[in-house]
Design a protein. Structure first.
Lengths: 203, 203
DNA sequence: ATCAATAGTGAACGTTGTTCACCATGTGAA
DNA sequence: TTCACATGGTGAACAACGTTCACTATTGAT
């Protein structure tokens, strides 16, 4: 143990190194890109030998999966943390949540890629339960209760909204060079359609 | 040249080896997964030395990009090749095209991943011009002309439809283990909303 | 018959993820 | 205090990777 810090309880020390590894990894991903990430670079950056990392993670892809989970969590947090305005139309509130989701993706493309676009082995990752987008479903429920949405399966509605939001976001993140018609216009159009299709008036 | 074939014109021979490489690569990707693909495995499979491949492609990622383009082309072909039924409502025709797109993605998940989900370096790939989804835009145009869609920018409409279609498809392809509410129902919901939002009646 | 082009080769390079035997320290029991 | 143990650290090694190199052998035009 080469650490100069004194008397740091073992357990706490370990979790700090773990955190170092994760933040170091994220840094490399962000400014060097996914392709040029390597365990050895990571080890160098945080000042340990490559082998040391294996005392904290059992493989490169475990680091990777951890980052993906964190990113996924950050994403859903971003969208579910939009504060309700008093007396706000539940549909508007729902839309603002979706906007927050999309904006988070555009502002943090690396996180978005982590969360969705990179599933290194063909493995079916543990399907994070519906808790993942429970906020979305709750807000959909509110719209139904307020009579703004036609009655029906809120689960289905929430998933369809998620699909639409994910669609724009991932296209914009993944193909930034494409001649998009204008980000804001496009996002607005997609969200309006996806939400509009659930409105009571449109049966 | 170890080939036993006789008198195959040079040029033609070369393009055949090139094809061998590509189909070999696809095979490995499909039944061994992206992660475990390697040039050496590919070389072994097609019976050449690893170095030989470099006479046909200048790098691994060039092979990769070629496959991605092929997949992208196959995808757009699948969606634009739905035959029009005589006297069919242009909106129905549009929907069938989108369905074909989504179905192609679900039936050929590897192609879909190639086309969208894997951009190995951070490079902005050459943005295939709007020709990519020109079929989609044309059909949108038809809906406008028929007075079924509100007048507006067909480019915007086409892109919003693409975003929605891509959203469902990529989620279903990428997270098959997630407790989806039912593929057909979900796809129907997404397409109906995305198209419905463009209808004249819904302004 | 000759000769330039070029599809093929094997060997080597540097780098990767991962494992191994080993070392050094902090912790808990004696 | 002493001792054993668990454990976070190390460097060296492994096999496999993408890529390059000097080279060979065949093709096809002159």
């Amino acid at each position: 143990m080469t650490s100069a810090t004194i008397a740091l309880p073992r357990e706490r020390y370990k979790s700090e190194v773990r955190a170092q590894i994760l933040t170091g990894a994220r840094q490399i991903f962000v400014h060097e890109g996914y392709a040029s990430f390597s365990l050895r670079k990571l080890a160098a950056q945080i000042g340990y030998s490559p082998a040391a990392i294996y005392k904290h993670f059992k493989s490169k892809s475990e680091i990777f999966d951890t980052l993906a989970e964190e990113s996924f969590a950050a994403l859903t947090r971003a969208s579910s943390s939009v504060k309700p305005i008093d007396g706000e139309d539940p549909v508007d509130r729902l839309k603002r949540g979706i906007w927050a989701y999309v904006n988070f993706g555009l502002d943090n493309p690396d996180d978005y890629r982590f969360a969705f676009l990179l599933t290194p082995p063909g493995a079916d990752k543990p399907p994070k339960p519906r808790a993942a987008y429970s906020g979305l479903r709750d807000r959909v429920q509110k719209c139904i209760e307020a009579g703004r949405f036609a009655s029906g399966d809120p689960e289905l509605m929430a998933q369809s909204l998620w699909a639409a939001a994910h669609g724009v976001t991932s296209l914009l993140v993944q193909k930034p060079a494409f001649p998009w018609v204008g980000k804001r216009r496009l996002i607005t159009r997609v969200i309006d359609s996806a939400v509009g299709g659930l409105l009571f008036e449109n049966q």
